[in-house]
Every structure is written in C-alpha cells, then in structure tokens.
Design a protein around this ligand. Sequence first.
Ligand code: GLU
Length: 301
Amino acid sequence: MNKVVGRFAPSPSGRMHLGNVFAALLAWLSVRSQNGEMVLRIEDLDPDRCRPEYAETLKEDLRWLGLDWDREQTPQSRRTAAYAEAFSSLEAQGLVYPCYCSRTELHAASAPHASDGRVLYAGTCRNLTPAQRAQKTKAPAWRLKVPDAVRTVEDRLQGPYRENLAQDCGDFIIRRADGVYAYQLAVVVDDAAAGVTEVVRGLDLLSSTPRQLYLYERLALHAPDFAHVPLLIATDGRRLSKRDRDMDLGLLRQEKHPEEILGLLARWAGLLEKPEPITARDLVAVFDWSHVPRTAIPVQP
Ligand code: GLU
C-alpha cells in the first residue's frame, strides 16, 4: 500500500475558529491513525484577504494543539508558475475563455440553482467572436468550459455526491480579472504536487469537489480520496465563522488548555463519551470514522 498523505490547507485570513480546528483535528487523526504523512500548505492565494502574520499564528495554534506536520509546502502566493502551467494546459485543450461580465450582469443573466441558491453562470461570454472580444476594454476573468455530464464524489463520510457540471454549476472561473488564480485550480495543482492521497475538510467544500474532480481529469492528475466533515454551528443555527470572536482560538486559548479544547472537539466528533481533557496523540487510538457525525453539529464551547 502506498503511504497516506493528508494535509492542512488553512487560509491566513483570520484566526482559526473551532470549526476550522475540528476539521484540522479529523484530518490529522485520519493521517496519524494510518501512519501517514501530514503536509501543511498556507493558502494565501488572495492578496486582499490574507496576511503573513495570520499564517504564523495559524501554525502556532496548530502546534499548541499538538497537531503537527511532517513537511510544509510552498505557500500558494509563491506558486503562480505552477498554476500558469496548468492554466496553459487547459487553454491548449480549448477549454478556457475570457469572461467580461460584471457582477451585476452575472446576477441579471443567471438563475439561482434550485437546491442550494448557488448562482449558475449563463454562458454569456462562452461564444463571443474574436471581433466581439476585441471590442472589450476591461480585463477579463477566465472560465473553464464544463461538460453536460455528471461527476460523482465518493465521499468517505457523506457517501456519493453527484453534480451535473453544466446544470448544477456552469463554466467556472479559474483565473480572476486581477490575475489571481482561483482556489479551484490552485488546490488541485497543489494537492497533486504534494502527493496528497486524502483530503479531509469542511462540508462547505463538498460542492466544489465535482469541479475539482473535473480539473484532475483534464490535467491528467490523480485525484485523492475525500471526506467532508460537518460544520459546527451555533445553537441558534448560525454557521460559525471567523467573525465569531467567542469561538476563535485567540480567546479560547486564554481560557482553556489545549487538552480541554481537544476533549470538546473529540466529544463532538463522537470519539469520547464525555468532553474530558485529552491530548491529540491519545485520540489517535480512539479515532474511528464510523463515529463521526455527518451533519451540522450545534455547539456551545
Ligand atoms: N483554504 C481553504 C479554507 O481555509 C481550505 C481549502 C481545502 O481544504 O481544500 O477554507
């Protein structure tokens, strides 16, 4: 059997909150329970949202919790050449086109997707002629053409998740108008480059996965296995976010020991009967995917 390789892929756009830590813990436990290798990758793709000091704090918080890693991959902000290469390969396949739609035009022309309110791209710029393109003055975003075909994620926790790329998603952006490569492209290029064999992350990213599978295919890269873990929600039903100061690690670290936080998370993950203090190392022995809930977990720290 080949070695299992998992990863942490945090975005340094703020302090981690408990939901991020929950996903990170499960990613780490899955890897450590299989004697695998853990990779850390700082996803600082978006220069508007990311800051180097947050990256340092993220690492410090992970270490404080005892969630270690074996190697660190080059941060996304320094991987532009690799993304450009993948972009060129897709372009050479005739799959990429420039899109000049403004935000307002996008909303006017598209129908919200029935099941989850996502906005479907109507394909406005797909068939512009070279002459029409030449008339445009603004810098375009770049979209990937998707086929009218279903892609299925065999998710370890959520079971099969299917999407028809054309009907449920539409042609999607792989490079923004300001030149920044999109998360969807970068994450595929980077996970493949690191030899990642399993991706454990929050359920909010399940709906991105069919797009990522399509990119793996077109780039002739081997796709990893996926497990999408439930989000933690506040007891009033809100999803936790980096804005919830009460759930962020900065505040929690002033009040609790790492073992207490891990005990709480492990209880929510179905790994402990009671939220008792425990180290990350000691949790490896009790880790079992079959105990982990599949749907949103209401929490009060
Ligand atoms: N960087 C993303 C985040 O922090 C995670 C991406 C992924 O796990 O694929 O939400």
